[in-house]
Design a protein around this ligand. Structure first.
Ligand code: ADP
Length: 518
């Protein structure tokens, strides 16, 4: 559908009347001037004043052009120019004088007068000059209005707007860019974009693009990271944040991905304007699509293989069971028997791990639809925490439940959402080897239900956060690396979102939001 832009209203409404202020102590001349201007410029509003002081009072009501006699009883017309224009900044002043001298004319123009008119003027001459002055005032209003609209546009737009000096220092940064950079538009001024916000690995690409823009005077494109101060959120395929103090308030800044269109400035030499589109989410989606494709390519073959492995594995479990029982019956000293038992236990543990891997892999790879039923998430979380209570106690972990009774019913698959909760709670417990606090919260959040699972464990190093949802990514000795992949798959199936906020040494917080789905 073509998008038509709304009509732009004129800078000043067509009905706003143009106003002239005549300042002359000679009332007769004042009246003549009024009559001439009124006859030549229909519809014009005219005020008159007989002294400088009176003129300044009248000026406060607003005027566009003042016709001022150079000789006034209280002040020189020349000295009145500045205070008059201070009252109405876009106005113009015509000086009226009885004698013509080059010096007087130069003096008048130097002091900012629009023109210098002799009292022996012809009416059409005066009208023409007043019209020219009015046109100039009108143009100044229009330019101001356009500039204001342009500034508003730059400020409210959802794209990043940055201007860089020849030394790559920020000469302008709009609100959107500043908020991603964790600063304000004012504080960004004069700072080097490279030192503060561009990750080191992207310096070369951006420098090359800027050099081409300046040397060839044409628009170029570049994609770079851009450090944001707040985020430790997942979803960014980008690398880590650059060194720099953008995130001083909050450590471990992370980079967004920005696609820059760099254009040279027409007016000033090396200035380059950068319009940036935040492509972080797009890149993350592309990565997820690629992951999904890789999974489905592995898909059927791997699923069949997994099923095939199950049978011999089950047979092995059975044989191991018999072997363990027979161990008690063989003749051997306790030491030998103990060592043999240890070995069988290790084999048993490994088979258990393989089994878990298979189960989780099949869960992830199986293309199964989800049920759509009302699920009371606080109750579900309560149940899972009851299940894990013993395990938590054994680890010295205190469980905090913030689970309201009302308003947190999502539409989805109960069993799958339970799986999500279990995976997150188990991860949190496994992280807290030295004890700690596990807090599970559920609360309504607009059209969604938000569940957060927070621990006080060691947290996740920021460079690992982009990987934790990858299948088979694990830092645990006996981990499968599939827990969070399953979480993400289920949450995706529900049309929800999952994010991790974490810093090394400060625990981890996983946020899952599921649509209420009316
Ligand atoms: P697994 O638990 O089998 O390793 P997951 O996909 O559930 O697989 O988790 C992947 C990795 O993410 C973990 O190995 C761990 O490094 C990290 N991780 C997940 N949850 C937490 C947490 N609460 N605290 C610290 N690290 C975590």
């Amino acid at each position: 559908m073509p998008i038509s832009s709304p009509p732009i209203p004129p800078a000043r409404s067509a009905t706003s009347r143009r106003r002239v202020l005549i300042v002359d102590d000679n009332t007769e001349l004042g009246d003549t001037l009024r009559a001439v201007v009124a006859s030549g410029i229909p519809g014009i509003a005219i005020e008159t004043a007989e002294s400088g002081a009176a003129a300044l009072v009248k000026a406060k009501k607003g005027f566009d052009v003042a016709i001022v006699d150079v000789k006034l009883p209280d002040v020189s017309g020349i000295d009145l120019i500045t205070p008059l224009r201070a009252v109405s900044p876009f106005s113009e002043v015509l000086l009226l004088t009885g004698f013509a001298s080059v010096d007087a004319a130069i003096g008048a123009l130097r002091s900012g007068a629009f023109a210098f008119v002799l009292k022996s003027f012809r009416p059409e001459e005066l009208i023409s000059i007043v019209e020219q002055a009015l046109t100039k005032v009108e143009l100044k209003h229009e330019r101001d209005e356009l500039e204001r609209r342009y500034r508003d546009l730059v400020e409210v737009t959802d794209v990043l707007v940055v201007a860089l000096s020849g030394a790559d220092e920020v000469a302008l940064m709009n609100r959107k860019a500043a908020s991603l950079a964790g600063t304000t538009s004012d504080q960004a001024l004069g700072r080097s974009i490279f030192d503060s916000w561009i990750p080191a690995e992207d310096h070369a690409a951006l420098r090359a693009a800027l050099a081409t823009t300046r040397a060839q005077g044409r628009t170029t494109e570049a994609e770079t990271g851009f450090v944001e101060a707040r985020g430790t959120r997942i979803g960014a395929p980008a690398g880590e944040g650059a060194p720099g103090d953008a995130g001083a308030a909050q450590p471990s800044p992370r980079a967004r991905r920005i696609r820059w269109h760099l254009s040279p400035s027409r007016e000033s030499g090396d200035l380059v304007y950068g319009i940036g589109i935040d492509v972080t989410e797009r890149r993350a989606l592309e990565k997820r699509a690629a992951d999904a494709e890789a999974l489905s390519a592995m898909g059927e073959l791997a699923m069949n293989l997994a099923h095939e492995i199950r049978n011999p594995l089950n047979a092995a479990v059975l044989q191991l069971h018999l072997l363990t029982r027979n161990l008690d019956r063989i003749e051997a000293d306790e030491l030998t028997r103990g060592a043999l038992k240890d070995r069988t236990r290790i084999v048993g543990d490994e088979i258990g791990r393989l089994n878990r891997l298979l189960t989780e892999f099949l869960e992830l790879a199986r293309p199964r639809g989800i049920a759509r039923e009302p699920v009371h998430l606080p109750r579900l979380a309560d149940e899972v925490l009851d299940l894990e209570e013993e395990s938590a106690k054994g680890r010295g972990v205190t469980i905090v439940r913030e689970l309201p009774e009302d308003g947190c019913v999502a539409i989805g698959d109960r069993e799958k959402l339970k799986q999500v909760t279990i995976n997150l709670v188990v991860n949190a417990l496994e992280a807290m080897k030295q004890g700690g606090t596990l807090t599970v919260r559920v609360r309504p959040d607009h059209e969604r239900v938000l569940m957060t699972v927070e621990d006080t464990g060691p947290g996740i190093a920021s460079e690992l956060i982009p990987n934790v949802f990858d299948p088979f990514f694990t830092t645990k000795e006996a981990g499968t690396g599939l827990g969070l992949s399953i979480v993400r798959k289920i949450v995706d199936q529900h049309g929800g979102d999952v994010e991790i906020e974490s810093e090394r040494g400060r625990g981890a917080k996983v946020l899952v939001s599921i649509p209420i789905g009316r």
